[in-house]
Design a protein around this ligand. Structure first.
Ligand code: F3S
Length: 412
């Protein structure tokens, strides 16, 4: 791989051991994927900083990198972690998880990260522009960045995102190159999509029909909201392997279907019909019984518009005593909800805002301690990613979830 003099210096250790180690990681990655050069990046969003993923070994590794002089040289934010830093104890997170996650976050903060602890950096001020090269992790955030913002990132893992943030470089392969950003499957939307949940269902259909490539959707409502695109991004990323989708006439690299396809013929064209939507929603509603003790909304984390919508949906309602009702958000989201009066409305209904985390990245020990069994969600991604063992899962839109939570049993 061609390296500039500055990059060669990094590799040879002139900028210290943390930079050298990082450049070794990136050149090995670049060699494995046939990259010809490095690309400077504008920003990084770090996955893998939850203790569920990184464990004690990850905390040690991060501390070592910091002690060896590691500093982030680009704007860097952190993804979701394994605890709610504010209410960890009252939601059932174990003290040992809190202690380890604290130790980890201290290291990334000392290296220069903005401790966002959220999977929606693009709603929290970290907003790359069209064609910006970045190094982001977390599959739904990566999907949103590539598709909706037109930024360029591979699905970075913890070590590669860390190395990219320290060096300000990524190897030039995958989603950084024009030729890898074209669709090979076309999905024609032939039904009304009414809310975020419907877009999540569409995303799941897209991922399963993607032939491991990029999907171009046609027929999408031109007034689709950013929140609906977020749900689409999350579910398509969890059901397929690609890091991008196009929506013709909506996303920035798909002004026409021809452009989305790069002038080639699609390998597959399928319709998404009302019957497909209903069948898939029924399939995702995995648990057929009435039991319900946990509602989780916010996969991906809820943003400001959803906080308003949820406060309106919960106003004057009362959640049944057997149900925990969680709304997952960032610390910034919670502060916004508080200052706008939404938090008070949500809490008056018996629901709670849970910040910085989600059940998928909590440790199994803390999940056992939380002790819930039957989860209902409006997120196809959460249905797909919730640890399989021990959880029964219902799927429905926000109104269905609120009604069921009031009754204390699942009913559509
Ligand atoms: Fe975010 Fe956790 Fe869902 S990281 S996208 S809330 S699985």
């Amino acid at each position: 791989m061609y390296l500039t003099d500055e990059e060669l210096g990094m590799l040879n250790g002139t900028e210290g051991p943390a930079v050298q180690k990082s450049m070794q990681v990136l050149t090995a990655l670049g060699d494995a994927f046939g990259a010809e050069r490095m690309i400077p990046i504008c920003s990084a969003h770090l996955p893998g900083l939850s203790i569920e993923v990184a464990g004690e070994a990850g905390v040690h590794f991060l501390a070592e990198m910091k002690d060896k002089g590691g500093k982030f040289r680009v704007y860097t934010t952190t993804n979701i972690c394994s605890i709610d830093f504010e209410e960890w104890e009252s939601i059932g997170i174990l003290p040992e998880d809190h202690e380890l996650q604290q130790r980890m976050s201290v290291q990334s903060h000392a290296m220069g990260a903005l401790e966002l602890h959220s999977c929606i950096p693009y709603e929290l001020g970290h907003i790359p522009r069209l064609s910006d090269h970045v190094a982001w992790g977390e599959s739904s955030a990566v999907m949103y960045a590539n598709s909706v913002l037109g930024a360029r990132t591979n699905k970075e893992g913890g070590p590669s995102a860390l190395a990219a943030a320290i060096t300000g470089r990524v190897p030039a392969y995958g989603m950084h190159l024009d030729e890898n950003r074209y669709a090979k499957v076309v999905i024609n939307i032939k039904t009304d999509l009414k809310n975020m949940t419907d877009y999540g269902t569409l995303g799941y259909f897209g991922g399963k029909n993607s032939k491991n490539g990029i999907v171009a959707f046609t027929g999408m409502d031109e007034h689709v909201s950013n929140e609906e695109l977020k749900y689409l991004a999350a579910s398509i990323s969890s059901a397929g392997t690609a890091a991008m989708f196009h929506a013709v006439g909506i996303t920035p690299e798909a002004s026409t279907l021809e452009k989305a396809l790069g002038g080639k013929e699609p390998e597959l064209t399928v319709d998404f019909t009302e019957a497909d939507k209903n069948k898939l929603a029924e399939y995702l509603d995995r648990e057929k019984g009435e039991a319900l003790d946990w509602v989780v909304i916010g996969c991906p984390h809820v943003g400001n518009a959803e906080l308003k919508e949820l406060a309106e949906a919960l106003k004057g309602k009362r959640i049944a005593g057997n149900v925990e009702f969680w709304i997952l958000c960032s610390a910034m989201g919670k502060a916004f909800a508080e200052s706008n009066g939404y938090k008070a409305v949500i809490e008056a209904a018996g629901a709670r805002l849970v910040q910085d985390t989600c059940p998928v990245v909590m440790t199994m020990e803390s999940l056992r301690n939380i002790g819930r069994k039957t989860l209902a969600t409006n997120s196809a991604k959460l249905v797909n990613c919730m640890p399989g063992e021990g959880f029964l899962i219902h799927y429905g839109d926000i109104n269905t979830l609120v009604k069921a939570a009031e009754k204390g049993r699942w009913e559509k």
